[in-house]
Design a protein. Structure first.
Length: 71
């Protein structure tokens, strides 16, 4: 993800959709636009009222249960 910092930030500040992990309810997957058919997924874990980024990656599909969607 080197050089894609702005896309990661955008997935957090202006996501197209946020989903909850099916494995861990405290993990949210923030999806943002990247290129034509690719998305940036930033994985955030919430613990003791704070969130931190676990990882970010490029993907073609969304996983998890939808909890918020851009209109």
């Amino acid at each position: 993800m080197r050089g894609l910092d702005e896309f990661v930030k955008s997935s957090l500040t202006e996501p197209i959709e946020v989903r909850r992990s099916k494995r861990d309810q405290s993990v949210h997957l923030h999806y943002g636009k990247f290129k034509a058919k690719l998305l940036v997924c930033t994985v955030v874990k919430f613990l003791n009222g704070s969130g931190f980024i676990i990882t970010a990656y490029l993907t073609r599909r969304m996983i998890g249960d939808s909890i918020w969607k851009q209109k």
